[in-house]
Design a protein around this ligand. Structure first.
Ligand SMILES: Nc1ncnc2c1ncn2[C@@H]1O[C@H](COP(=O)(O)OP(=O)(O)OP(=O)(O)O)[C@@H](O)[C@H]1O
Length: 658
């Protein structure tokens, strides 16, 4: 022990150390004195072997990275008298790295793995104080509270990250120190430990935050030693075992082939690894410990040339987990062909065509007026297809503000635009991968997005907003519209090439007025479903009332019919419905038999004008009621009333309801 160090240390203890030590160190000395820690104590406290096993297990994240980095740096630490020490977040010494000379010196001092450097065990030292203050610290020998450390110099830096979920809080993971005899001072050592810490923290950030924010997929970091043709698992998340459905085993620093079956199995996987290729959401079959399954794989090579460090980050998801995640978040297609009611010959033909469409993987364009059942057909097609257990994602292109559709469809990278979520966001195309995406009201899609959609269809890949990486997707597209797309093409509002790409198969759903023979069937179907839903088994409609319903124009098609039936039974639940009830509900004036006609149905435009003309103040009340029920949402209210948004706006203006 250096005499001058010991002398300085003794002087500090016998005098007023507040004058010589910096404020934080002096405060720590105060605490040590108040806890009656004996400065002369000659040994460190250590944890037991069992405790140390638990500590090591809890520290695998920092151990995996730091171990590798220190190993690579160690040979450049030219001074054989000093070495590295790795600590966990409770100041337990996990491992020492250095020359034989350094390790002998450390052992003689009692500085060995398992020793605890917390203040209450080892008095004030750079490790305890650095962890507490969360900052790099250099400690000269006499700054240490214990005599045994009075000639030991320490350069320490903690590993910490801001906790993204709890703003302001810090997650501490431990730290790294360079330790040696007091004679070996060199402030560059502090720079060395700071840069190690920065590197470790960057890795920890990737591991802890980036991927876990989305759906907690399986994450693996592979260390590639090209020269030795070795690929080791440097880090893996615990979810990997669930995803691969295997019993947890120790994979740290194990060769990749410990779980991935060797070539020629996993051909695609080995090719990606060998060529260090980046892929995003790549559907591939993997053979894990003899069990084959489908997975979605993303890979991202990385290289730290300065440290001679090269690896690849792999993210795995099983297809089942993605499907269940998506269904939980988005909800799946519920309806099947058995939910579609109709006996009209043309309508039956449409159902037949739709069933055939479901068997092919081509894109489908569903055409038809508002409320004819385009949505129900899209769901039924998905549920009758081979993709039925995969996601069904619906997006109404008209309901989204123009600038949000792009991020809804394609997702975005973290920080892609102001207000974007920290971890980025999956777009509908990524969520629908392997399943079906239903783009309702495609005619309202802005032109620039039409170009992007066309690219997805042609290349089966796309890029998230703010990213330049192609993401591969396998999605069946069902689009629907109630507008005349040919007309829109002529007006240059819809791309002709996209129209032909989307309409590989066109399905036209006839309007209700073209299948009057279905009205009775549908009416009875809706009465039955209201009865069972509301527990009102005796709902009844007179023959005349049914005749009247069959002859109304139903501009809003099945939706309008359904809403009317529901509305009438809500208003008159305890009576047999007669024509007078319907007239009252729809505000049809008695003498003017404009709408009730057994003759051919009125033309749609004429019907709308008529409804409007005959209704007057009652019509206004009906609109007010519809607005209230639909919480003043224009799209929902117009659907509820079975008219277009344009018509509703016109009515609002006319009745001064804006
Ligand atoms: N053939 C049918 N059998 C049973 N219910 C139907 C049928 N057609 C439509 N419906 C019902 O009518 C309502 C409107 O149908 P849907 O939403 O599928 O119409 P749409 O054509 O997609 O309308 P929009 O163009 O306004 O989006 C839904 O409640 C649906 O369940």
């Amino acid at each position: 022990m250096g005499d001058s160090s010991l002398k300085k240390w003794r002087n500090l203890h016998s005098g007023d150390y507040h004058l010589s030590l910096d404020a934080e160190t002096a405060k720590s000395w105060d605490r040590c004195y108040s806890q009656n820690i004996d400065p002369e104590k000659s040994t460190f406290e250590s944890c037991t072997d069992t405790e140390f096993d638990i500590i090591k297990k809890n520290s695998t994240e920092i151990y995996a990275y730091t171990n590798r980095i220190i190993m690579a740096l160690q040979e450049y630490l030219r001074n054989p008298h000093v070495g590295f020490a790795l600590f966990d977040n409770n100041a337990c010494l996990l491992k020492l790295y250095g020359s034989g000379q350094f390790l002998q010196w450390a052992e003689a001092k009692g500085i060995t793995p398992k020793t605890i450097w917390r203040e209450e065990c080892a008095g004030t030292n750079a490790v305890s104080l650095g962890l507490e203050l969360n900052k790099p610290l250099y400690f000269d020998g006499p700054d240490n509270f214990l005599k045994v450390l009075c000639d030991v110099v320490t350069y320490f830096t903690p590993f910490s990250l801001e906790d993204e979920l709890n703003e302001g809080l810090l997650k501490k993971f431990g730290g790294v120190a360079i330790i040696g005899p007091d004679s070996e001072k060199d402030l560059d050592y502090l720079v060395t430990v700071i840069s190690i810490s920065k590197d470790v923290c960057m890795h920890l950030y990737l591991v802890v935050n980036t991927y876990h924010s989305i759906s907690n997929p399986g994450l693996m970091h592979i260390d590639i030693e090209k020269a030795k043709n070795k690929m080791h698992i440097l880090y893996h998340s615990s979810t990997i075992f669930d995803i691969f459905n295997i019993t947890p085993v120790d994979l740290n620093f194990k060769n990749l082939q410990t779980i991935f079956d060797p070539y020629p199995q996993n051909k695609e996987f080995w090719e990606i690894i060998d060529s260090n290729r980046q892929v995003k959401n790549y559907n591939t079959k993997l053979s894990i410990l003899g069990k084959e399954n489908n997975y979605v794989l993303s890979s991202e090579p990385y290289k730290q040339s300065s440290l001679g460090f090269q690896g690849i980050k792999l993210v795995f998801e099983s297809e089942e987990r993605i499907s269940s995640y998506v269904s939980r978040k988005i909800g799946n297609a519920q309806l099947t062909f058995s939910d579609i009611i109709g006996k009209n010959t043309n309508f039956i033909k449409t159902i037949y065509q739709a069933k055939r469409v479901a068997l092919s993987d081509s894109n489908v364009l569903i055409l038809g007026e508002s409320g004819v059942g385009k949505d129900i057909f899209a769901q039924a097609i998905h549920n009758a297809s081979s993709r039925k257990n995969k996601p069904f994602i619906a997006l109404n292109c008209a309901a989204f503000p123009r600038d949000l559709i792009a991020s809804e469809l394609f997702g975005y990278e973290a920080g892609a635009f102001t207000g974007s979520k920290k971890g980025g966001n999956l777009g509908k195309f990524e969520l629908a991968n392997t399943g079906t995406i239903f783009l309702d009201e495609i005619g309202d899609m802005p032109l620039d997005l039409q170009a992007m959609l066309l690219r997805i269809i042609e290349q089966k890949s796309f890029m998230r907003l703010g990213s330049n990486t192609q993401i591969h997707v396998d999605v069946k597209i069902i689009a629907a519209t109630n507008t005349d797309l040919i007309q829109k093409i002529k007006q240059r509002k819809f791309r002709e090439d996209l129209y032909y790409r989307l309409s590989t198969i066109r399905l036209r759903i006839p309007a209700l007025r073209e299948r009057q023979d279905d009205i009775e069937l549908l009416t009875n179907h809706f009465i039955k479903s209201i009865s069972s839903r509301t527990n009102m088994p005796k709902l009844a409609l007179s023959g005349e009332a049914m005749e009247m319903i069959k002859n109304l124009p139903w501009k809003g098609n099945v939706r309008e019919l359904q809403n009317t039936i529901e509305g009438i039974f809500q208003l008159y639940p305890d009576t047999v419905i007669l024509p007078c009830h319907i007239k009252e509900y729809l505000d049809i004036p008695e003498p003017n038999d404009l709408v009730i006609s057994t003759a051919a149905p009125l033309a749609a435009a004429q019907a709308e004008t008529n409804t409007e003309n005959i209704n007057g103040p009652a019509h206004k009340r009906q609109i007010e009621e519809a607005l209230r029920i639909n919480k003043y949402n224009i799209t929902n209210t117009s659907s509820y009333l079975g008219v277009s948004r344009k018509t509703l706006y016109r009515w609002l203006k006319k009745y001064n309801l804006q």
